[in-house]
Design a protein around this ligand. Structure first.
Ligand code: C2E
Ligand code: MG
Ligand code: MG
Length: 574
């Protein structure tokens, strides 16, 4: 009797434990947000466990032969991996997981299988777990997208472009082919962004990007780097995948406007720089750089154009970058000096005055010509402090000379367009003249035609104010720019400086003689004084004198020289 009671208690205790275990397992399954299929091979019975309805509502699987019902629940392309997994014990494949997408088009499910075998290697049980991984998968897809694509245009981004270009280059090496890179940049994009707003700018970038995306093919990669910059790589360019063909299509497209969603119509132009592998360089990144450098050359050549790489472009660029870097340092350390070149009256060879010319010896002791560094200083803005230094330093020096030399003489200063545009330009020059107590009539500001191109009216207004204060104005390098005599009439200038290029050719070329004679004749009629620049020999001098050019400046009469030498020259004249 006791024995029987003991057996019953034991059974009750075991039962209780089993119930507890089952509850625990059920809880674990249900909170795992997964669903399970349990397969019993002994009786072919299949049980659906936990969150089955979440994944496969209305699908009932009770035996192994019901399993194919699952295929109707997933997108077709995932059927094969799922089949391999569901019948793992038969297919014998080694992977025990597969990722499938449900027919709702958005739920991603990771299926994992585990089979138990007896000691004769016959399967006894199997469990398949279905886990919802949509969140991770979507985040992952987004990250992948962001890693490869540009969000604004949907084109490849810079990083991915570089990878694909490297593939093109490897292939070009193997097959002995060419890869061309076209660096495309919208002209004056800043004006669109600043003037019409970022939303408009973005839409232009998007629409133009969409147009470029039509060129995409197995052999053409189209990418958007950022802002208004696109890059296209062409493998083995030829026929309708040649640079010329693509540029022609781009050119045709931008002759008509882009219609924006706000009703606006916008016209754009672009500059394209082209560099080819292996001609330009052997490296992927450098190939892009070369194309970019060439694109800048196109911008400099007046925009709306295409330029092709050649070695001198690269050398110029490297030189400019080196100068630009050194220039900032030189401005900081004030590493400049001034030279002064004398100017003489032709009829009596008396000193008219001097032109101040800046000199820069860099840290390595190399003299760098102002013709090289002034345009760079104008681009990066350092011309402002450099120009102010030239004005103050030369007027200070001039004032020192004038303490002993009482005859009238003129100090000519080269002033850049950027300086004229500064609001404080007129007042600052007047205050320096006042500070050093020099006569305004003895100061002459040289302008070039380029100063007048962008801001004609504003500059002319300022010139009038300067003239009212007695300051003289000279037009420098006449003959190199537009050189139209008709517009000279409206300019408040005193002097016209004829460029050295004219003087160089005038004796050999009868046409140049006729031009120079008529310039001098007309200019005199307009009441301006004429100075010939770059006079190097007596024949030039005599000829200029014979046609009544008022003054000459050139190596014949005096090279640019330091302040001390000008002082000696003035001492001799006293
Ligand atoms: P520029 O104003 O036309 O100055 C005349 C240039 O011709 C000077 O070159 C001068 O040295 C050179 N030159 C004069 N006579 C002869 C000659 O007989 N033969 C030859 N071969 N050359 C002669 P530099 O000093 O190299 O200056 C070049 C240009 O740089 C200047 O041309 C001017 O546009 C600019 N520049 C010079 N100093 C300044 C400055 O302080 N500010 C600005 N904004 N520009 C400057
Ligand atoms: Mg000058
Ligand atoms: Mg000149």
């Amino acid at each position: 009797m006791d024995e029987l009671r003991y057996q019953v208690d034991l059974l009750n205790a075991m039962n209780q434990k089993l119930t507890n275990d089952e509850r625990m397992l059920r809880m674990i399954c249900e909170t795992s947000s997964s669903a399970f299929l349990y397969v019993n091979f002994k009786n072919d019975e299949v049980r659906m466990i936990a969150n089955w309805d979440f994944f496969f509502p209305n699908v009932e699987i009770k035996s192994i032969k019901d399993m194919p019902k699952l295929f109707s629940q997933i997108e077709e392309e995932y059927a094969v991996p799922l089949r391999d997994l569901l019948y793992l014990e038969r297919t014998g494949i080694s992977t025990d997981t597969a990722i499938v997408k449900l027919i709702d088009g958005k739920t991603w499910v990771e299926c994992e299988v585990s089979v138990v075998y007896d000691n004769t290697q016959k399967p006894t049980d199997k469990i398949i777990r279905f886990k919802n991984i949509s969140k991770i998968k979507n985040q992952n897809d987004e990250l992948t997208y962001m890693a490869y694509y540009d969000m604004l245009t949907g084109l490849f981004n810079r990083n991915y472009f570089v990878r694909l270009l490297a593939d093109f280059i490897r292939k070009a090496d193997e097959e002995n082919r060419i890869v061309a890179v076209m660096f495309v940049d919208i002209d004056d994009f800043r004006k669109i962004n600043d003037g019409l707003g970022l939303v408009v700018g973005d839409e232009v970038v998007q629409q133009f990007g969409q147009f470029l995306s039509d060129f995409k093919s197995e052999n053409i990669i189209v990418s958007h780097f950022n802002a208004d910059i696109y890059c296209i790589a062409i493998f083995d360019p030829c026929g309708n995948r040649s640079v010329e063909y693509i540029y022609k299509k781009i050119y045709e497209r931008i002759r008509s406007p882009f219609f924006l969603s706000n009703g606006m119509e916008i016209m754009i132009s672009v500059c394209v720089g082209v560099a080819e592998y292996p001609e330009a360089t052997k490296s992927t990144l450098e190939l892009i750089n070369c194309a970019e450098i060439v694109m800048f050359k196109a911008k400099g050549a007046g925009k709306d154009t295409i330029e092709y790489f050649d070695a001198p472009i690269l050398n110029d660029f490297i030189q400019n970058v080196t100068i630009e870097n050194k220039l900032k340092e030189a401005v900081f350390n004030q590493n400049f000096t001034l030279n002064f070149q004398p100017q003489y009256y032709t009829h009596n060879k008396k000193l008219r005055g001097v032109e101040a010319l800046i000199r820069w010896r860099d840290a390595d002791g190399m003299m760098i010509s102002p013709s090289l560094f002034i345009p760079i200083a104008e681009k990066n803005g350092t011309i402002v402090p450099i120009g102010s230094w030239v004005i103050e330093e030369s007027i200070k020096t001039f004032a020192e000379w004038k303490k002993d030399y009482s005859d009238d003489m003129i100090l000519s200063l080269n002033i850049s367009a950027i300086q004229y545009k500064r609001q404080e330009f007129v007042t600052s020059i007047l205050s320096i003249i006042e500070k050093y107590k020099v006569k305004p009539e003895e100061i002459e500001l040289e302008i070039t035609e380029s100063v007048l191109i962008d801001n004609f009216r504003e500059v002319v207004e300022k010139l009038h104010i300067l003239r009212e204060h007695g300051i003289r104005i000279a037009l420098d390098d006449f003959g190199t720019g537009y050189s139209s005599l008709s517009y000279l009439k409206g300019l408040p200038i005193n002097t016209l400086k004829i460029d050295k290029a004219f003087i160089d050719t005038m004796l050999q070329d009868d046409n140049a003689k006729i031009i120079i004679e008529s310039i001098i004749y007309m200019v005199k009629k307009l009441g301006f004084e004429t100075i010939a620049e770059g006079v190097e020999n007596m024949q030039q001098f005599e000829y200029l004198k014979s046609i009544e050019c008022d003054c000459i400046q050139g190596f014949l009469m005096g090279k640019p020289m330091p302040d001390k030498e000008i002082m000696k020259l003035l001492d001799e004249l006293i």
